[in-house]
Unconditional design. Structure first.
Length: 934
């Protein structure tokens, strides 16, 4: 209590400083006069009486200082003094201040941009009521750590869990609206994506417009505490069987397609040919628990009404219905919920051993999207943060070099302050405060600059994404985390670039500094060495960034030259929306398929058209495979991993269209394509895996499992107990451009129980000019069928590792170029300052007979030493970094000669130019003028 009273008293003294000063002066004057009077009565003269009185009091000002330290807030007052003095010094040197602030602001802005993007994507709380109590639930299996749940499993957990106040379900879907819906016009061509070197597939011109629709349980919006902009939200009664089909429209779709017409509530919208009533509109950019704003929200039963799934699929424990999101009861932790759901999962495994085998449940915080961040993505995030941190370090080293140079001019000032009694710690603190002020001013400029950069980035990303992927709605307005991060980075930068110069300045020898004439002859060698070390550090950091970018870009270029096992040139890739969702009969589906194939084949410039249930790019669906009659080992019996293979249903001409070589045997005949015999074509890897050293032709292969496996609606894995191998084809890279598929099986298209979504069209040349004609053909056959199209080599370039490598290389190039610019400015500044400080020395050399070339060589060689040292360090550091990047280099050597030789040579050339420009001025020094210098 006494300490609190003392603190409050000190705060009061601080705000009543002037009044207290007057009181203290009056009181000390009164005491002084009393002592003087006593001395006068003792017979002293007036002068002696005053002198003895002052000696007895210890001096007026000294006594005042003692009392000031005992009251008020001396540390805070000293800080204010340092701040005021620092601001005056920065204002006194506007050129230095502007250069330093702009340099630091660039580094801080780039760092803040990356952190703000990460915060908006993964850290910012969801825009829902009490997001802290939300929990995301995943179905975890050995091959899928974040899987979805079947509808029966969701109902079981919802009804039996006691940890959740509510448990909802949501799932992504697509739908087709009525053809009379207002068009939004052609999509703008993405600029940045094209500049980077890849593009995304777009909607085929002339086909129907798909929309993004999330299907949710009726308790989803009430659980989130959502409030509509118009009408009402979806409610639990919308989940009941027999409820009329309704949808909730997003504010973005309402604004884009209906121009904010308030009469939309109560209107009818046709989805997949079924009439749905619009019951409400959500606020603009409302994300709920998803990552992009959909066009529509619909209740789970609407999936059946719209044809997106069947009732049998919805009730099947092997069909994924969606992803649960729950709200924990008060006092219940994530660990409590995890333990309870683990018990419930064990009960399900006991009741349904085949459907629930190897299944566990994991619970993560639903407060934000951090749980959705895959473990493979963390290295990308860390690499991005390290890259921008290197840029900030380069900026800090640059400003530190400026401060070291500036400290030479201030040596006499600091020496005088030390001579007058200022402690070295006091001087150090003042200089460090000045640097921190500089960092904070740079942060104040960097924060709005980061916002501008991020908004520009979002606009460009949004322009690159197809409209049917939803709307990007990142909340990037600065909040407490962004402000705190920027403040921390600015403060840390101020300490980083200010500490070493401040330490050097505070260690100045007082006598030497006061006697110096200010020329370079009095400059300490250690300060020059420090500037050289800082330049070397900048060069090393630049080289790490630039070599990394060169490796990533060359790796992505190499990826485009990798043979995927098929000929992707001159092939158009088309993915069709499943017309079963449009409630078409089987006969209409067959007729639709025939009409499409005949129409496209008849187009000029088309050589062949084939179909497949899965394209040669975009991933693999795995099924168990084994030699017929053999029992594959399973984890439950203590064996090794169950053998699996990717599969696709294809037409007989699929291999000709894609140019996949037949290694042995043959492909399907028309009779086999009609399903008359269970036959299969396998890849070379499959042959080696199951028949090493044998001829697989004529052998029997068991494909799939009679018990089935987890799949999404509309998917059904094959089950062929005994399929004869009739051919072997070359291995392809459909899963990952970095490696060939480990095993693949091709089956006749007629054996498929699902719609064949993919068309592959081989053209005589570039397939892109054919796409409008193909679109008109789709429009002629069926105007309600959406089709996504792109050249096949474009789809190949969408390989995730290629995208990461390409984007990473471009971003590293940008950051590295900024770092190189800052580093070269640092070199230029260092050499320019050295030339200016050594004008007298250079004049003496030239007066004694030195030639301009010799002076130029002297200055350039001294400037080149730290550059060369930085290059050596940077090459060694880059060799270590390149090992970490090897996974994204597509076979390119981690010590690629072009990258490790070309980039350092380029950097040396640019840095030498930055050295040569000021060094050339040294050769123009007039000896007579230089000798009179200062």
């Amino acid at each position: 209590m006494k300490r609190l009273h003392a603190l409050l008293s000190r705060i009061g003294e601080f705000f009543a400083k002037k009044h207290r000063e007057h009181e203290l002066s009056a009181e000390l004057d009164a005491h002084l006069q009393l002592h003087i009077d006593d001395n006068l009565r003792a017979g002293m003269t007036s002068r002696e009486a005053r002198r003895h009185a002052l000696l007895k009091l210890g001096g007026l000002e000294q006594t005042k200082e003692i009392y000031r330290d005992r009251r008020g807030l001396p540390a805070f007052e000293t800080l204010l003094q340092d701040l005021r003095y620092g601001l005056r010094m920065l204002r006194k040197n506007p050129g230095f201040t502007v250069v330093a602030i702009v340099t630091l602001a660039v580094g801080i802005a780039v760092n803040t941009t990356v952190f703000t993007a990460f915060d908006a994507l993964f850290l910012r709380p969801r825009p829902v009521q009490d997001s802290n109590s939300l929990a995301a639930i995943f179905r975890t299996t050995p091959g899928e750590p974040r899987g979805g749940f079947s509808y029966p499993d969701y109902i079981y957990y919802r009804d039996h869990s006691r940890s959740f106040a509510d448990l909802s379900l949501f799932a992504l879907g697509m739908a087709v609206t009525s053809s009379d819906l207002p068009a939004t016009g052609p999509e703008a061509a993405p600029r940045v994506a094209g500049a980077i070197g890849f593009q995304l597939p777009q909607l085929l011109q002339g086909s129907a417009q798909p929309i993004m629709c999330f299907f949710v349980s009726g308790n989803y919006f009430p659980m989130l505490g959502a409030t509509p902009l118009l009408g009402r939200i979806l409610l639990p009664e919308d989940d009941r069987p027999g409820s009329p089909p309704v949808v909730l429209m997003s504010g973005n779709f309402w604004q884009r397609q209906f121009h904010s017409d308030t009469k939309v509530v109560g209107s009818v919208l046709h989805l997949n040919g079924v009439a749905f009533t619009v019951v409400g509109v959500t606020p603009l950019d409302y994300l709920a628990t998803v990552s992009s704003v959909p066009d529509l929200w619909a209740p789970i039963p609407a999936r059946i009404a719209s044809g997106a799934t069947t009732r049998q699929e919805l009730e099947n424990r092997l069909v994924i219905a969606g992803y649960p999101m729950g709200r924990l009861k008060p006092g219940v932790t994530l660990s409590d919920a995890q333990a309870e759901l683990g018990v419930l999962a064990e009960q399900l495994r006991t009741q349904y051993p085949e459907a629930e085998r190897n299944m566990t449940v994991s619970v993560a915080s639903g407060r934000n999207n951090l749980a959705a961040l895959d473990s493979d993505a963390w290295p990308v995030v860390i690499a991005a943060m390290l890259a921008v941190a290197l840029l900030l370090l380069i900026a800090c080293a640059n400003v530190a070099s400026l401060l070291l140079a500036r400290a030479v001019a201030r040596r006499k000032e600091i020496a005088v302050r030390l001579a007058l009694g200022a402690g070295r710690w006091r001087v150090l603190r003042q200089l460090l405060t000045e640097s921190i002020v500089l960092g904070l001013l740079a942060g104040a400029l960097g924060l709005p600059l980061a916002g501008w950069m991020l908004r520009l980035l979002i606009v460009e990303i949004a322009s690159a994404l197809p409209s049917f992927w939803g709307t990007i709605a990142l909340e990037i307005s600065p909040d407490i985390r962004i402000f705190a991060y920027t403040l921390f980075v600015s403060f840390a930068a101020g300490v980083a670039f200010g500490l070493t110069p401040a330490l050097q300045a505070s260690k100045a020898d007082v006598n030497t500094a006061i006697k110096e004439d200010g020329t370079a002859f009095g400059q300490r060698l250690s300060r020059s060495r420090l500037r050289g070390i800082l330049i070397a550090g900048q060069m090393a950091a630049c080289l790490v960034l630039l070599i990394s970018s060169a490796l990533l870009l060359r790796g992505s270029q190499r990826a485009l030259k990798i043979d995927p096992g098929y000929n992707a040139q001159s092939v158009a890739f088309l993915e069709m929306y499943n017309p079963k969702n449009l409630h078409y009969s089987q006969s209409r589906l067959l007729q639709l398929n025939r009409d499409l194939i005949q129409g496209i084949v008849s187009l000029p410039g088309v050589r062949s058209v084939s179909q497949a249930s899965r394209g040669p790019v975009g991933g693999i669906r795995w099924v168990p495979v084994a030699r017929a009659g053999a029992t594959p080992p399973t984890p439950t019996t203590g064996g090794s991993e169950t053998p699996t293979a990717g599969y696709s249903y294809v037409t007989p001409n699929y291999f000709d269209t894609l140019g996949i070589p037949i290694v042995r045997g043959r492909t399907f005949t028309p009779g086999e394509a009609d399903g008359q015999a269970p036959v299969a074509v396998i890849s070379e890897a499959t042959a080696r895996r199951f028949w090493p050293g044998e001829d697989p032709i004529g052998k029997l292969l068991k494909i799939g499992s009679e018990k089935g496996s987890m799949s999404f609606p509309g998917e059904s894995d094959p089950y062929v107990p005994s399929s004869e191998v009739i051919g072997i084809v070359r291995d392809v890279r459909s899963m990952d451009l970095r490696r060939l598929d480990k095993s693949y099986v091709y089956l006749p298209l007629s054996q498929s129980r699902q719609w064949t979504s993919f068309l592959l069209v081989r053209a005589d040349g570039n397939p892109t000019p054919l796409l409008p004609a193909i679109g008109r053909e789709f429009r002629r056959v069926d105007a309600n069928l959406p089709v996504i199209a792109a050249p096949l080599n474009t789809m190949v370039s969408m390989d995730p590792y290629f995208v990461v490598s390409r984007i990473g290389g471009v971003l590293a190039s940008i950051v590295g170029a900024l770092g190189l610019l800052l580093a070269c400015l640092g070199v230029y500044g260092m050499v320019s300052y050295s030339v200016a400080q050594r004008t007298r020395e250079i004049g003496i050399r030239m007066a004694l007979g030195a030639q301009g070339v010799q002076v130029l060589r002297l200055v350039v060689s001294e400037g080149f030493r730290p550059i060369f040292a930085g290059v050596v360090i940077g090459v060694v550091a880059s060799a270590g970094v390149s090992r970490a990047l090897s996974a994204t280099l597509f076979g390119l050597s981690a010590l690629d000669t072009v990258s490790f030789a070309g980039v350092p040579l380029l950097l040396i050339a640019i840095a030498l130019l930055a050295t040569w420009l000021p060094a050339r001025r040294a050769t123009e020094v007039d000896p007579m003028v230089a000798l009179r210098y200062e």
